[in-house]
Design a protein around this ligand. Sequence first.
Ligand SMILES: Cc1cc2nc3c(=O)[nH]c(=O)nc-3n(C[C@H](O)[C@H](O)[C@H](O)COP(=O)(O)OP(=O)(O)OC[C@H]3O[C@@H](n4cnc5c(N)ncnc54)[C@H](O)[C@@H]3O)c2cc1C
Length: 445
Amino acid sequence: MTSDVFSHLNLDGTMVTDPTATAFAAADFGGIINHPPLAVLRAGSSTDIKTVLPIAAANNIPVVPRGCGHTSLGQAQALDGLIIDLTAMDEVHDLSEDHVTVDAGATWNSVLARTLQHGLTPRVLTDYLGTSVGGTLSAGGIGGTSHRYGVQTDNVLALDVVTADGALRHCSPTQLPDLFHAVLGGFGQCGVIVRATLPLVAAPARVRRVKIYYPTIDDLIASQRSLLASGRFDFQQGEILPTPDGWVYMLDVASYYTPPHEPDDDLLVSGMGFAASRDKIEDLTYWEFATRLDETVTYLEGTGEWQAPHPWPNLLVPDARIDSFTSGIMAGLEHADLGASGLILIYPMTTTAFGTALFRLPEASTVYLVAGLRFATDAATAREMVAGNRRWYDAAISLGGTSYPTGAIPFTSADWTRHLGAARVALAEAKDRYDPQNLFPRRFA
Ligand SMILES: Cc1cc2nc3c(=O)[nH]c(=O)nc-3n(C[C@H](O)[C@H](O)[C@H](O)COP(=O)(O)OP(=O)(O)OC[C@H]3O[C@@H](n4cnc5c(N)ncnc54)[C@H](O)[C@@H]3O)c2cc1C
């Protein structure tokens, strides 16, 4: 099959097949898998997508939608297929006091920049805002407020989706709910999200951020559990960080406020073991806080680590087993196993607000996200790290955990089937209804 079948189309965007374009679409943030497509549609409109899907279907060319390509193991790649690059479809439409409708290729950065002009924000933001709305809604979208509001896919009012037959369908919890629930967290297997309508809430003006460095993981986890139960902070995360003197365990929490309702710092950190000589309290605007990773990205671009392979695993572990899980993964873990700027994100979330069927949670009322932010120096190190990720995954599964499959854990179709669990049946039915030919490659058995 050649890309000729896509030539001479009248498109709002462009169909590109040159080596630079296919090499770009064969790469992702992970830098581990490299699957060149036949062609890349830089979609200019949903009409473009409607035009090309039937042609791809007639020619048995697999199609994979792509946002910003920030997954780590080829999730947005299509070997010898067609990549639909959504990033040029990035407009923010219809902003009102309680919702916004955005094109799927818009980044969360651009969405937040627009909503903040009106003092509004989505409830859940990912740590890094350079991801696309369509990309995180196809995965989940975890953030420091997920303990309160679930993931981004739990905070969607409606979607416009182009399905394999080239039809543009509007879906929501009440309109074509089978499609809606098969697309949220569905990794592009049932259609291309072209627009999303998201609820908005009043944005706080400022953020009081507290970082406390504990000497042991038990101290960190005990503090996180008690803060989660008390609901004291709006934002709750944590990190395991390497230092020349060994690992440190950082609590990273924040309280949102709008003057004059300023938090009292003493009350804010009371009973948490805060030590002024060691720990930090910062005061930031909400925008500075939301874009807090920009500085790190600039640093990593400077060291070359942003461009290097990133074998990042993401796991969800039930609270009751987090101690066993962390003692297993920390035993013998060296700084080099994470790479120069590597760290482990670790934080708890109550699962009450989670409802996305395809965002697979352990059966527990509180779960921990454990994400290894590993930086490899070369392909061989990346391979070793990926093998290590698989060991972390197997350990998590044996403890009743699940994975958040945006990262670099090799997944067979049997793993996908196990991952989907009870949600598999509805996804399989939606696949039969909206993509019987498996134009969008089917990941599960
Ligand atoms: C620095 C960094 C920080 C991150 N922080 C977080 C975080 O805090 N929380 C979190 O949850 N994740 C985080 N991630 C992971 C990231 O959110 C996910 O990988 C997300 O899917 C990336 O969005 P993207 O636009 O890059 O999607 P892509 O990688 O392009 O695509 C992801 C998947 O969605 C599918 N897809 C993309 N667009 C569409 C569409 N419009 N319609 C249908 N399917 C589509 C793709 O086929 C692919 O399967 C982070 C990643 C990086 C690199």
